[in-house]
Design a protein around this ligand. Structure first.
Ligand code: G3P
Ligand code: CA
Length: 263
């Protein structure tokens, strides 16, 4: 099974089952506007993306803690300010034609979603180190303020970091929220119930039928990352997984043809 089999076997997944992981990051530079545009054009019903907080309090969509892989330079992005981050080239590492893609902030993606009724629902992943409750509260407050400033914003807030989820849960009482884990820890379902979370996001490669049943019978939504094989996607859907996060999104509803871009 090829890495791009979700992209090359149309007609099997509904839009509501497909989540573009970091945008359509298989062929486009992750977490950039061009990757989000491609995800929407390919019929993804969902987008997953990573949010971090900078030294000046601004939020930015960026996966790694450090520069070096997707942007030239070195050092911890969280020690930089937005004016410093805004000029980074986060496109050319992927392909030279994407040179000039810049990091964007969550407010830009929220405005993008609001601009058309069929834009994907966004899964925000709060990136925050464990063991720093003040930092968790700070990023939780900033993201909650952005979401509140965009009434009608369709999203799920998620994190591996339980402190961040505990901090943001009361700030957005009606927003769906999920705990992210790799394999299912014994206390994950009870944590979700106690905190009023609606879902669990797991590494799909580590999910077995027993764990899926425990999650579903607790009434929790079950979504899995990062699945680039159609066979694996089908195995998960049969176990009751609701959404497949993939680097190669494409749903049976996709109708737009991307122009001068690979897909
Ligand atoms: O949201 C789940 C998934 O994205 C977590 O892994 O490393 O791709 O952010 P990562
Ligand atoms: Ca992520």
């Amino acid at each position: 099974m090829s890495e791009t089999s979700l992209a090359t076997v149309p007609g099997r997944l509904q839009s509501s089952q497909v989540c573009a992981h970091r945008g359509a990051s298989g062929h486009y530079p992750e977490n950039t506007q061009v990757a989000f545009d491609a995800a929407a054009a390919l019929g993804a019903g969902w987008i997953e993306t990573d949010v971090q907080q900078l030294a000046d309090g601004e939020l930015v969509i960026f996966h790694d803690e450090t520069l070096g892989r997707t942007a030239r330079g070195e050092g911890d992005i969280r020690e930089m300010t937005w004016p410093e981050v805004a000029v980074l080239d986060v496109g050319s590492w992927k392909r030279s034609e994407f040179a000039g893609e810049r990091p964007i902030r969550p407010n830009a993606l929220m405005a993008w979603q609001a601009a058309a009724p069929d834009r994907p629902t966004i899964i925000w992943e709060i990136k925050c180190d464990d063991g720093y409750p003040t930092a968790a509260q700070r990023i939780a407050g900033a993201l909650a303020a952005e979401i509140e400033a965009h009434p009608g914003h369709r999203c799920v807030v998620s994190s591996f970091n339980r402190e961040a989820l505990t901090a943001i849960r009361p700030l957005l009482p009606t927003t769906p929220m999920s705990l992210i884990v790799e394999a299912l820890p014994t206390d994950a379902v009870s944590f979700c119930r106690e905190q009023g979370l609606e879902g669990l996001h797991l590494d799909g490669h580590q999910l077995d039928a027993n764990s899926a049943q425990r999650i579903l019978s607790a009434g929790l939504a079950l979504r899995c990352y990062t699945i680039n094989s159609e066979t694996e996607a089908m195995r998960l859907l049969e176990m009751g997984v609701e959404v497949i996060m993939t680097d190669f999104p494409r749903s049976e509803e996709h109708t737009s043809e991307l122009q001068s871009r690979p897909h």
